[in-house]
Design a binder for this molecule. Structure first.
Ligand code: MEV
Length: 303
């Protein structure tokens, strides 16, 4: 039996703009999705997943893989996760990448990480219809990436420290809905939206340099600017805005929503000395602190 795990993700900067071909920054987190795969003596595959949502991704991955590589054996896939899909840390992309890699090892195919990414992105698009693939990319490579849609660019940033706090808003976001919302706005107000995406892209490029040089004060200011633009895009919510404002008042270098908007999480870049104060401020306005380590390893076989 093969066991493989892949990490969840946190979008740092550049959400939505990345869907339109601009770069984003994304980091892998230490909440992982585990996939066990084995060949079984049975007439049918056996898929055991605790979360219904994940089973769709496993099923689609398995049928794509079997058809592409002409595999006739029956396979048992069992998944388990460190995290709930509720908080938006990317369990669907992690389970897809981990399943492909487990099958890759099980059938000795020596597929490259790029091939695992391409197939996983294809499968997530089949199911979700929309998305840049940033979550699939970082589940594959791990670390922190500067990413451009479709894997056109996947640059690993050399970071030794990324002092982030994650606050969950208590609301599950509907990512495809918010992607469509922005796309409708884009159709109606193309020039205005393009200007906003271009501004986001400038922030992403600057933030990348500031994060590499550990100039967190400057990077934080860009996080907050990115949040302001996301508000203009119409994807923030009162609770996310309140959590961001509370973090800033409590002394965070910067804060923003992370992901599609409409719920899920916000992130704050915070000096270690102020960590506790900022976390308390987030809790006080109704947010839940999610303990995560960032910049962690990509898809990997477990011993
Ligand atoms: C969602 O977490 C981030 C978006 O940019 C969508 C995507 O890139 O797939 C809104």
């Amino acid at each position: 039996m093969i066991t493989v795990s892949a990490p969840g993700k946190l979008m740092l900067l550049g959400e939505h703009a990345v869907v339109y071909g601009y770069p984003c920054l994304v980091t892998a987190v230490d909440k992982r999705l585990y996939v066990e795969a084995e060949i079984i003596d049975a007439n049918e595959d056996d898929i055991i997943t605790p979360q219904v949502k994940e089973s769709r991704f496993v099923l689609e991955t398995l049928s794509y893989f079997k058809e592409k590589f002409n595999i006739r054996s029956s396979i048992r896939i069992k998944t388990r996760g460190d995290f709930s899909h509720q908080v938006g840390l990317g369990s669907s992309s992690a389970v897809t990448v981990a399943t492909f890699e487990a099958l890759n090892i099980l059938f000795n195919l020596s597929l490259s990480k790029k091939e695992i990414f391409d197939m996983s992105y294809h499968v997530t698009l089949l199911i979700q219809g929309v998305g840049s693939g940033f979550d699939v990319a970082v589940a594959t490579t791990g670390g922190t990436l500067c990413y451009v849609k479709g894997g056109v660019e996947m640059e690993t940033l050399s970071l030794s420290n990324l002092p982030l706090i994650v606050g969950y808003s208590g609301v599950k976001a509907d990512t495809p809905l918010y992607i469509r919302k922005v796309s409708e706005a884009f159709k109606q107000r193309k020039n205005e939206m393009t200007t906003l995406f271009e501004s986001i892209s400038v922030l992403v490029k600057k933030a990348k340099e500031f994060l590499i040089s550990e100039n967190f004060k400057e990077a934080g200011a860009l996080f907050t600017e990115n949040h302001t633009i996301l508000q203009k895009l119409g994807v923030s919510t009162p609770i996310l805005d309140t959590m961001v404002a509370a973090s800033l008042e409590a002394g965070a270098w910067g804060a923003k929503l992370s992901g599609a908007g409409g719920g899920d999480c916000m992130i704050a870049l915070v000096d270690n000395e102020k960590k506790q104060t900022v976390e308390n401020a987030i809790r006080k306005v109704g947010g839940e602190i999610i303990e995560v380590k960032v910049n962690t390893s990509g898809v990997t076989q477990e011993k």
